[in-house]
Design a binder for this molecule. Sequence first.
Ligand code: FAS
Ligand code: PHB
Length: 396
Amino acid sequence: MSSTQRTQVAIIGAGPSGLLLGQLLYKAGVDAIIVEQRSAEYVLGRIRAGVLEQVTVDLLDQAGVSARLHREGLPHDGIELCFGAKRHRIDLHKLTGGKRVTVYGQTEVTHDLMDARKAEGLPIVYEAAKVSVHDFDTPKPRVRYEKDGATHEIECDFIAGCDGYHGVTRASVPAGALKTYERVYPFGWLGVLSRTPPVSDELIYSNHERGFALCSMRSHSLSRYYVQCSLDDHAERWSDEAFWGELRRRLDPAAAESLITGPSIEKSIAPLRSFVAEPMRFGHLFLAGDAAHIVPPTGAKGLNLAAADVGFLSRAFTEFYKDRSNAGIDHYSERCLRRIWKAERFSWWMTSLLHKFPDTGEFGQRIQRAELDYLVNSTAAMTSLAENYVGLPLEV
Ligand code: FAS
Ligand code: PHB
């Protein structure tokens, strides 16, 4: 048994990119079907980003899914950098003329988007197997997948590749049509989620001779912590006690003293890489989010870049259908890449500044310390960090 469906935009992937694109297109009156290889529970089980730029909040407002975000999200006006056993506050709000970030987990964003799609009865296929994309170099692209023992086909006008770094859409582009840029970092992040009050009201990014550490949160009772670890490390090798001890050693005395520990409810290691695929459009196939680019999470940019891509893409499709204009789709890749590369630079810079690099030795560590000392004593340098951290304007 097989079936053929017809829609305007076929979206591959139900992470934040795919779900947000589906919701923005729905609000604009453009039909879309989302095809996801995993179950909704599996997608929600991935613990990822925690910090939203205002651009992302605005897009979630536009999508009509931000009520809980405005109720439960935590506005943050600053972050702290910790080095030499001292913490230094970066006043994001003052340095950017009133901008801030909002702490609200990616899991919650995904939940809100899934709930909205379900409430509107919009088409989404979970646990689709063998998803493949075809004829996207023609005006009649198609998507195929298997489910419940049958092969299904979707006829559409456009395919949106929102299927992440390991997805099928970028992999389906002929090699010669794509240029990729990549830097893999010689370490990972061991992350722990715990039902404990955060150690501080704001995020603490720590540069320590033992390695980087980050103190973040999801709410006033749910904390998210990370320590830099080696690439050949495994989360199951770390007892909770070992993790808390290592985190304490990488913080200033006051934070180490006031840290409230508890059982980990999630523990995982994420590799760090910088990656960009150019361009992001191939005929009637458009890449968005992690399918096109990856940043090390140090700058809290991954989810926010994905949202910005989707904002550009939903506008481009809407212009195509409502104004019969190709301008948006023709300029999509160039528009996204200008902002992506600035976020890649910032994420690389924050990662280079705060982590222990095995091959830079004592000279490298002294350079890092000098840059940190300059940074926290220079309004110009702190302003540069602040305007990148809160998110650059969409069109610069
Ligand atoms: P996603 O990878 O989230 O979603 C892609 C979806 O496509 C997935 O659901 C996948 O199952 C599906 N898919 C894949 N192949 C498919 C196929 N062939 N057919 C159908 N569906 C398919 N960013 C931050 O800002 N801060 C962080 O702290 C942070 N931590 C991270 C930790 C980890 C381990 C990872 C991997 C990423 C982290 N990120 C972080 C970045 C992350 O938040 C991404 O930027 C964000 O998930 C991007 O969303 P999507 O583009 O939707 O990609
Ligand atoms: C998180 O809360 O998971 C988080 C916050 C800021 C980052 C990275 C991760 O830079």
